[in-house]
Design a protein around this ligand. Structure first.
Ligand SMILES: *Cc1c(COP(=O)(O)O)cnc(C)c1O
Length: 441
């Protein structure tokens, strides 16, 4: 313990010892444990050392996502591309030209760094970026609909995880929601009949995390745009995920592409930076020049402004899209979605081979089902491959706990009586860490 006190501090070691002895006391009193541990053993020493080290670890830590859900909101959504991480690192510890125009030596705008790029990739006339998509929608409605009416279909009054409910956001923005149609059917005439002199926005939302199937219909985007413009209304579409390239070939045919939506005449679209776009947390608003300028002038923008690190990562991520690069090899979210079954099999074999000498562990390569997540359709499953793990002596739940408590936690998926590690959401570089987490004692 003297060694530990020297390496860490007396206070930390004392706290770890107290907590460990307390745990033993609880187990002995409850009859779970009969004998006292050997307080001078290497094992006890190593437990205390682990506890002290864990006490020093940051609360927010890296984990390995082996769940098969590519964009997992609880696990930090999109991992950034190497290029985005480098861009963040480059400005994180230095000053930057965040709001300084290097050409004129005058004050510049943080919003200028990515606007031209977003416009180039989406065909928008203008764009502004805030800290997430919820803020983007809130800003649009506050600016264009406060004190006025917003018309939205009852089939599109979405709730996204984490209590983001469209009716609440509309209300909070100071606008009045006018619901039209029914859950399964809304016609263009429903919108037309609801327009009054108080109407200011027609709102369309991408129902990304559910689908109404069967006897259902909604007006086309073109119909909605033409109705809106006839009455001088702003047509806003919340796209959620923000897709810049066609994803049909990787099994996501229902995701609207931003450029297509804007080409059909929608005035403003909103989308996330950290879903299918594969970048940092951000909310991007793109569309008509005059509407974007109005958003930029509004004082509320300041309360939701994007920070320099996210901005750096976003710019670098956007540069991984055509015509600059191939996002399916460079952007981790898209790369994971696009990985072939053959590659996933090879990765699984690699894991199995490296697990061979771990005593008491059974491994099997099995077929699995992965999901895009992050608002992507839950029923839009992607074929995948997993390594199914089982301990001979102990329960699978214990195995899941053990991996989750590793220095770099590994989060798998319990299915039947195995722990599945889905190969679609890990990288080859993660395998060494997974093996380490299994082997540690
Ligand atoms: C995810 C999502 C949002 C919220 O985006 P955040 O970036 O998490 O704030 C809004 N609308 C839709 C349709 C979404 O899928």
């Amino acid at each position: 313990m003297r060694v530990l006190c020297a390496a860490f501090s007396r206070e930390e070691v004392t706290a770890a010892l107290r907590s460990s002895i307390n745990q033993v006391r609880v187990r002995v009193l409850s009859g779970q444990q009969r004998e006292l541990p050997d307080f001078v053993s290497d094992e006890f020493f190593s437990d205390i050392k682990n506890a002290v080290e864990l006490g020093r670890a940051n609360s927010l830590r890296r984990v390995i996502n082996a769940t098969g859900i590519v964009i997992h909101t609880n696990l930090g959504r999109a991992p950034l591309a190497k290029e985005a991480v480098e861009a963040m690192t480059a400005i994180a510890g230095s000053n930057s030209n965040l709001e300084f125009d290097l050409e004129s030596a005058r004050r510049g705008s943080r919003y200028d760094h990515v606007e031209a790029l977003v416009c180039e990739l989406t065909g928008a006339e203008g764009a502004v970026v805030v800290n997430n998509c919820a803020a983007a929608i809130f800003l649009c409605l506050s600016v264009f609909a406060r004190g006025r009416e917003v018309i939205a279909s009852r089939g599109e009054l979405i709730e996204i995880g984490g209590s983001f409910r469209m009716p609440d956001v509309i209300e909070q923005s100071g606008a009045t929601l006018v619901e039209v149609g029914t859950t399964n059917k809304t016609r263009i005439s429903d919108y037309a009949d609801a327009i009054t002199p108080e109407t200011s926005v027609l709102l369309k939302s991408h129902t990304s995390n559910y689908k109404i199937v069967g006897f259902s219909s909604a007006p086309s985007r073109a119909e909605l745009v033409s109705l809106g413009h006839e009455h001088d209304l702003t047509v806003v579409e919340d796209l959620g995920s923000g897709v810049l390239v066609d994803l049909a070939h990787i099994g996501l045919p229902d995701e609207p592409i931003v450029a297509n939506v804007l080409r059909q005449g929608v005035d403003l679209v909103t989308f996330s930076g950290d879903k299918l776009l594969g970048g940092p947390q951000a909310g991007i608003i793109a569309g008509r020049r005059d509407a974007i300028d109005q958003l930029k002038r509004h004082p509320l923008l300041r309360t939701m402004r994007i920070d320099k690190l996210s901005l750096a990562a976003l710019e670098a991520t956007l540069r991984l899209y055509p015509p600059y690069a191939d996002p399916f090899t460079r952007v981790p979210v898209l790369r994971r979605l696009a990985t072939s079954i053959a590659e996933l099999h090879a990765r699984a074999q690699n894991v199995v081979v490296q697990c061979r000498d771990i005593e008491g562990l059974r491994t099997d390569v099995v077929e699995s089902v992965a999901y895009a997540g992050g608002g992507g359709l839950p029923q839009q499953d992607l074929q995948s491959v997993a390594v199914a793990l089982k301990w001979e002596e102990r329960s699978t739940q214990k195995l899941a706990d053990w991996l989750r408590q590793a220095p770099i936690p590994v989060i798998g998926r319990l299915e039947a009586d195995s722990l599945l590690l889905d190969m679609r959401t890990i990288e080859d570089e993660d395998i060494a860490q997974i093996i380490e987490a299994l082997k540690r004692n």
